[in-house]
Design a protein around this ligand. Structure first.
Ligand code: ACO
Length: 429
């Protein structure tokens, strides 16, 4: 028997179906609410609004649980590579050795950029923000591969488009870094792993091959795995909203890149490092910065803290914190920003402002320190996030089409002027 929820408005009761998800999360299906009651719901920021049924990723914010297709993030972070996780997220199952090899080969085969696409990099100033470039270039790919304009969510065509995107995003990201530093582009090497190939395109020089150390390759791999999907966050919802108009995959994820860019979302990883550097160079005690973050009269927030869903801890942050120590140790590096970060975290855990609002380090808090250790410059941090999030965006885009989701079109409550007479220009004083 279907569970029902009853809503009473003006003494009249209405019944709505309820639905329980695989992990016992419950929802009230209000699809017919407006038709039946004439009312809409109001939920700015969508904190209580489900926009889809999804079988990709499960997050339990209270318990700090994150699973891709049922597999705990802790286990995937330890045992799986990024490409393997991409396959899992896209297909719902872990690949066999054969499937993984084929998928790797397919991705490797699409790494090069069309010569005419490369030309567009040279028209931009070296100071061009890599996120602007990434978003624009992803859209431009369809000019050179018109087949990706087809909105296809199944079969070989989809498999090819998905692999093409996972591959091109990595090359575009590396080339935007090379362009910013006035360096020649380094061609992809199909014999390298996904991460090693990216590092090669970033850091090799024409006559000096960069060979990624296993520590660095592993750290990058971990970073990407931890970012691979995170259910209906700002950027993924954006991809779904854009995709709901049946826009093609590349333009949908290009919009996702733009949504990710903001400092309240993916842009936070760079903002964290800027904040830690600011604290360091200011010479002021950390308490001073905490006071600023607590003061509602300014716009300062403690970057890398807080999360819409996680209210006790972000499991990705716990994994990253542990790994940052190991990576710095293995690379025999020290980072003074790590000490500041640790002190900041320790102080917030004892501070009523942060405790009462459930503000804990999120994925972005320690990820910048890991990327610094790998040698990634700060303006590339959010681009790195975008590379990692690509499988999640692709899987959500595909799922939306499979479910034949209606075009996204929220309602509003109008609060402006009611109808009034037009005043001629000459009479306006
Ligand atoms: N520093 C100081 N105060 C904060 C912070 C913070 N980082 N985050 C939230 N608060 C306060 C708010 O001022 C508010 O206080 P109030 O109740 O007294 O008005 C309360 O905590 C609730 O904050 P909201 O903004 O309503 O929380 P919301 O769920 O909308 O926002 C967000 C979540 C955007 C992540 C927020 O915590 C934030 O801005 N954090 C800093 C930026 C950041 O790290 N973003 C990355 C998130 S993870 C990701 O996107 C990958």
């Amino acid at each position: 028997m279907t569970e029902k929820a009853t809503l009473t408005i003006d003494d009249r009761s209405y019944e709505f179906d309820m639905f329980t998800g695989a992990e016992n999360e419950r929802c009230i299906d209000i699809t017919h609410l407006r038709k039946e009651t004439g009312c809409i719901t109001m939920d700015p920021g969508y904190g209580n609004t489900g926009s889809c049924y999804s079988s990709i990723t499960y997050v339990d914010g209270a318990k700090g649980i994150l699973r891709y297709r049922g597999y705990p993030i802790e286990e995937l972070a330890q045992k799986a590579g990024f490409v393997e996780v991409c396959y899992l997220i896209l297909h719902g199952e872990l690949p066999t050795a054969r499937q993984l090899a084929d998928f790797r080969a397919e991705i490797a085969g699409h790494a090069a950029l069309h010569e005419n696409l490369k030309i567009h990099f040279s028209g931009l100033p070296h100071s061009a923000p890599p996120m602007a470039l990434l978003s624009a270039m992803l859209n431009l790919v369809s000019c050179f591969h018109p087949e990706v304009l087809e909105v296809v969510a199944e079969g070989e065509e989809f498999e090819r488009t998905a692999a093409l995107l996972l591959s091109k995003v990595r090359t575009i990201a590396a080339f935007s870094y090379r362009m910013a530093y006035g360096k020649p582009f380094i061609h992809p090497n199909p014999n390298l792993s996904y991460c090693a190939n990216f590092l090669h395109m970033m850091f090799s020089e024409p006559y000096q091959e960069y060979v990624a150390s296993p520590v660095i390759e592993k750290a990058l791999n971990l970073f990407l795995v931890l970012h691979a999907d995170h259910e209906q966050n700002c950027s993924t919802s954006t991809v779904r909203v854009v995709g709901s108009s049946r826009a093609n995959l590349f333009s949908s994820v290009s919009a996702g890149v733009s949504a990710l860019w903001g400092p309240l979302h993916g842009g936070a990883n760079a903002a964290v490092i800027k904040m830690l550097e600011e604290i360091k160079s200011s010479g002021q005690p950390i308490d001073h910065y905490l006071d600023m973050a607590k003061d509602k009269n300014n716009n300062v927030r403690l970057m890398g803290f807080g999360h819409r869903v996680y209210k006790n801890f972000d499991p990705r942050s716990v994994i990253l914190k542990k790994r940052v120590y190991e990576v710095l140790d293995e690379l025999q590096q020290e980072d003074p920003l790590l000490d500041i970060a640790l002190e900041l975290e320790e102080k917030t855990l004892k501070d009523d402002y942060f405790v009462s609002r459930n503000l804990y380090p999120n994925v972005d808090f320690y990820s910048g320190i890991l990327l610094r250790a790998i040698g990634i410059p700060i303006n590339m941090y959010t681009v790195m996030f975008a590379i990692g999030r690509m499988p999640g965006w692709i899987a959500n885009w595909r799922e939306l089409l499979e479910h034949k989701q209606r075009i996204s079109r929220p309602r509003q409550i109008y609060t402006g002027s009611t109808t009034r007479e037009f005043v001629e220009l000459r009479d306006r004083g």
